[in-house]
Design a protein around this ligand. Structure first.
Ligand SMILES: N[C@@H](CCC(=O)N[C@@H](CS)C(=O)NCC(=O)O)C(=O)O
Length: 218
């Protein structure tokens, strides 16, 4: 299998972590990317396969798919064990929803807070986006407090992979999990110390450090 990703793609990192957790042999190819020009020029295979022109893209023989959550589902089908969706049906549904919320509710506010994305109109909404991030952290903290589980939906799952990467990027732009969210901070340490997570996030830290960005605080 070939995974087309990028050195700072949080969606690509989700899929890299999942592949390692599952012991899948995946060759990772990075598209052209720089902190100055981002995803330009676009990679030919990404343009051909994904009408949204985004990474990650996965190629397995004649199968070509895109979107990190679709790639999770494919990994789960080709390598069911270890399962990264909980076996309990309620936990499984919660895990799927949390994975979606991380990508589509939490992360869009992180993107709104990227300095280079802020048009005048968006700047006016900064406080709203910050408030939304903090509320989401509070919600995840309360969830862990209430359930007493080590991970967001019971056992370690795709929901943890997605939210670990999303909060990593929030930290990178200056909005880490606040100290008041002790349960969530303990979760962050637990998820962050998994070898698959350490390996993939370690590569991102190295990329940032090589490009003059310190990752000491997160
Ligand atoms: N929903 C997609 C989002 C993918 C996405 O936003 N990819 C970003 C990199 S993290 C990208 O390729 N951005 C380049 C662009 O939009 O031009 C997924 O889960 O894979």
């Amino acid at each position: 299998m070939k995974l087309i990703s990028a050195p700072l793609s949080m969606f690509g990192a989700k899929t890299e972590i999942a592949a390692i957790e599952k012991g899948l042999s995946v060759e990772v190819e990075f598209v052209p990317f720089s902190l100055a020009s981002f995803y330009q020029p676009k990679h030919e295979e990404v343009l051909r396969i994904n009408p949204k022109a985004q990474v990650p893209v996965l190629i397995d023989g004649d199968l070509e798919i895109f979107d990190s959550t679709q790639i999770f589902e494919y990994f789960e089908d080709v390598r069911p064990e270890p399962s990264l969706w909980p076996t309990d049906l309620g936990d499984r549904a919660r895990s799927r929803l949390l994975e979606l919320k991380s990508d589509e509710v939490f992360f869009p506010n992180v993107v709104r807070l990227f300095p280079q994305n802020q048009s005048a109109a968006e700047r006016a909404e900064i406080e709203t986006a910050k408030g939304a991030l903090m509320s989401f952290y509070d919600e995840m903290n309360s969830l862990l407090d209430k359930t007493g589980t080590e991970y967001l939906a019971g056992p370690y799952s795709y929901a943890d992979i997605a939210f670990y990467m999303a909060q990593f990027f929030a930290s990178f732009i200056g909005f880490p999990v606040p100290k008041s969210n002790a349960h969530l901070l303990a979760w962050r340490d637990r998820a962050g110390s998994r070898p698959a997570v350490t390996q993939v996030v370690g590569k991102m830290r190295a990329y940032l450090n090589e490009n003059g960005v310190s990752t000491d605080g997160f």
